[in-house]
Design a protein. Sequence first.
Length: 223
Amino acid sequence: MQRRNFLAGLTGLAMAAAVAPAAFAQTAPLNPPVTLTVGYPKVAHLAPMILIADKLKAQGVDLKLVEFARYADARTALQAGSLDIAAVGPADLPITLAAGSSSLVGIMGIGSSPKYVIGRNGVKLDSWDDIKGKKIAIAPGSAVWFQFAATLTEKGIPYNSFQAINIQGGGANFDAALEKGEVDAIVTWEPFESIPIMKGYGFFAKNLDYSASKAVGAELGML
């Protein structure tokens, strides 16, 4: 068995431990112990990674976490051999395969969380019909854009029914555009989703959840 395959399987077992500790406790610790170096972006659905180190330690696994700003950076480190495992977005596996890599294994659905369009206070976003004509900030090619675009396709909503505003740079630029009134809504990621709500100029449009598309949904929990 290749080392990458073993590590991927071991991590899947470890993640299962977070939701089924009683069953996981029955497994014997690894002997000799192993070290796993795992890269992850700071996003909500990957938060359990921070909480499983002690469980893994008891099973003979020393977990070393490396935080990245972007999925793409974690992917690059994985390809370079600096990581054993990385949490990546929906575009990263095809990109890696296109680059000629044949030694990676993907595990789907490790974690997920609701993803809501973030509206500016005073903007009506009660249903998907309400995005018509709105200025919505997006990051083309990003993980959340894949989810959002796939959801629109599955719901039969034309992509040109709203005005897509391409935002470059980090998530803070999305929040700034929303706060200044340059856009009506944003499609972004944590912690930049919650900042407008915390600061009082935005809201979660909870009827506009784009996390459950059949084409992309679980891929945001891919290792």
